[in-house]
Design a protein around this ligand. Sequence first.
Ligand code: ATP
Ligand code: ZN
Ligand code: MG
Length: 307
Amino acid sequence: MTTVEPPSWQSLRAAEARLINTGVPGVSVGNAVFESIVTGLRESLLRLAAPQQAQALGVPPVVSRGLLERVGYIDGFPNLVGTVYSFTGSGADWNRLQEARAATDAAWYQEQQISEVALLPATCHHIYPLFEGVDLPGPAVLTAEAHCYRHEGTHELGRLRSFRMREFVRIAAPDDCIRWRDDWMEQQRAWLTSLGLETSVEPASDPFFGSAARLMKATQREQELKFELRVPVGDGLVQAVASCNYHKEHFGEPFGIRVAGEPAHSACAAFGLERIVLALIAAHGDIPADWPQHVRSVLSLDDAGVA
Ligand code: ATP
Ligand code: ZN
Ligand code: MG
């Protein structure tokens, strides 16, 4: 078992990697051993991508709500968005609400107003607006990692609401983006295999919502825009631990990005860090000290002093 309920402080110091459920479905805390594997994964990925000389950015877990509207995320995935609301009244307004709460069953949040930020659904959303109106002299490669939020409808093992996504993004000409995406697909497969994970690469579509979903999913598959690297993560489940995506002009166009005078296309390679740890646990057990030496060395677990 990799999840324990209720949270227990003993598991924080365990030799086993644990993803501790907080009591809120899909919201979990990794213990120290779990986190040492996340660190190993991050560093291994950055070594793998080192030849690309990606610019590493630090991005927050919230993003402009207007941005999600602009890139069509709200139209495609209204069910997954976590929107930030806040109390914007005066002290006197709050006092009135407190009195109402004392007299009735008024809720403390009933006067909350939607704010201009939402929780970040995918790390790469922060990257494209940085290039708004820019004509790049050549391809740009960037990397970032963030806690992402998706208001998932189910909460089986591996389907978290809050999870970390490391992404590599390329903004370039169409052919260049496709080539880069396809190279990443091979590298992702080889890297996951080097971690002893049984990996299949499959054409995929995003979980579009509502009446347009069927058409959007079919178009995405037809045009081979998204591929997933699927791996067993435990409990008999096989999930995408990584994906690689070609967006065409989806992001370049709304931000007016150009590369050498031509409209920019973009592509991204994404890695779900918690899911990869779960897959490692499913493949090798929950005590990293007992994992095959070649897996430990890909993750530099010996250097990190993980017992
Ligand atoms: P899924 O098909 O499982 O819903 P997705 O196709 O929506 O995932 P992407 O948008 O490609 O996922 O996100 C990149 C990566 O982030 C995924 O390959 C996965 O490893 C991770 N990820 C996505 N959603 C979740 C989640 N709810 N919990 C944990 N990891 C996730
Ligand atoms: Zn992305
Ligand atoms: Mg998917």
